[in-house]
Structures are given as C-alpha cells and as structure tokens.
Design a protein around this ligand. Structure first.
Ligand SMILES: *Cc1c(COP(=O)(O)O)cnc(C)c1O
Length: 224
C-alpha cells in the first residue's frame, strides 16, 4: 500500500459517512492524484484555474473537480464546461459571470458562497450581512444557470481551538438559519468547512464537506 492510499484509508475511518471528502491536490502531479483516485477518491479540489485545466484532461473523466480558491471572473470560461462545484464565490459579479458561462455550456453550475469567518486580513468572502442580503435578493432569482447549494468558510490559522470552533459554530448557525429558505436556485445543503489542521473540529461543528490536502498527500513544496 502506498503513502497516499494509507492516508486515505485512515481518513475514511475517521470521518462520518455523511461527510464528503475533497482531496486537495494543488501542487501535486498527475501520478500522485491518480493514486488517490485508485484508492477510491472521486472529489478533487484545486485552487488555481490554470493548474486545474492543465491536469483535468490527463486524469479520469469521472472525477468531480472542485474549485476552492479565489476565482477571477475572466477565468470562469476555462472551467465552466466541467467544474463540479465552485466553493469560492465571493461576489455577486462573479456569480453573474458563472451564470453566463454556464448558460453558454448549457449547464447549471453548483456554487457555494464563501463566507469570511476568520480574524485575518487575507481571506476572501462575504460577511454574514452581505451573504444574507444576496441570499434574500430578487436579482439572485434571475440567475437561472447557477444554483447556490451551500456555504464555504475557512477558520483563522491559529492554535487556539476554541477560536476555530467558535468561527465554525457561527457559520453553522448562519447555515441553519437558511435551512428552510428554498427557491428555484437556492437550497443550502453543503457546508464546506475544515482542512487538514481543523477538520475534526469542523465536523464536530456540523461540516459535511472537508477539503483536505496535506493529510493525504503530505506537505506541499511550493518551490517547484
Ligand atoms: C489548500 C487548501 C485546502 C487544503 O489545505 P490542507 O491544509 O493541505 O488540508 C483547503 N481549502 C482551501 C481553500 C485551500 O486553498
């Protein structure tokens, strides 16, 4: 059994069956991603469009590709034909562009709103107030080629587990407050929170989708 396979087996034993595991494969080569595929993983996450489109043609076509990093509007067109879920919708303008490109591909693209929950300057996303405004807006209903299926959040990168749990709790509370709110293109079912350092806490606080890289593939080498 190889390193990747071993890590996946261990992870699968740790997480409840209602939690979807996304293997975050950024910076890792095709051969290593193939190992995770062979170990049964079908959901993979990449944070850069360029990297995603350079890998996608060389890997099995039944992979569900998740875009998890900040997405620029002018790059949506490169992934619109195949992307499974966009986790990082952080503006209405981006949503409009995703809708436009989805229409061109005659698809409906599922999206998560990224919510800013960390106490850090560097994270993208909507505030709770902005997200609520968008979710209740009439404009949203006009976007017929997208569907808002959930929310994504990243906790502060800190050792303080109480703070992390608290940030996840806030997102879960907001998520729950929209659980009865359903329109043609809005139904919050997916709560994407938790990475290698905090997925246990995230699951404890109600996550049903975790995005895990280093625990599966080992540390990333950004020098290459
Ligand atoms: C890189 C990344 C992850 C995974 O990070 P690990 O710490 O390696 O698990 C999860 N989510 C996003 C948005 C990322 O960019």
């Amino acid at each position: 059994m190889n390193f990747v396979e071993k890590n996946i087996l261990k992870l699968k034993q740790e997480i409840p069956s209602n939690v979807t595991l996304i293997a975050v494969s950024k910076t890792h080569p095709i051969e290593i991603i193939q190992q995770a595929y062979d170990a049964g993983i079908r959901d993979f996450g990449e944070n850069k469009v360029q990297e995603l489109i350079s890998k996608q043609p060389h890997l099995p076509q039944d992979i569900r590709w998740h875009l998890i990093g900040h997405l620029q509007s002018n790059k949506v067109k490169y992934i619109a034909q195949f992307v499974h879920l966009i986790h990082s919708v952080d503006s209405y303008k981006l949503l409009v562009e995703i809708n436009k490109q989805a229409q061109k591909s005659t698809r409906i693209i599922d999206c998560l709103l990224q919510i800013y929950i960390a106490k850090e300057e560097t994270k993208f996303g909507f505030s709770f107030e902005e997200a609520e405004q968008l979710l209740r807006s009439e404009e949203l209903k006009t976007l017929q080629n997208i569907r808002i299926t959930g929310l994504m959040g990243m906790a502060t990168n800190t050792e303080n587990t109480e703070q992390i749990a608290n940030e996840f709790k806030q997102l879960k509370f907001f998520f729950n407050s929209f659980s009865q709110h359903e329109t043609q293109n809005l139904k919050l079912e997916t709560l994407s929170m938790g990475m290698s350092s905090d997925y246990h806490l995230a699951i404890q606080e109600g996550s049903n989708m975790i995005r895990v890289g280093s625990v599966i593939f080992g540390n990333r080498n950004y020098q290459k």
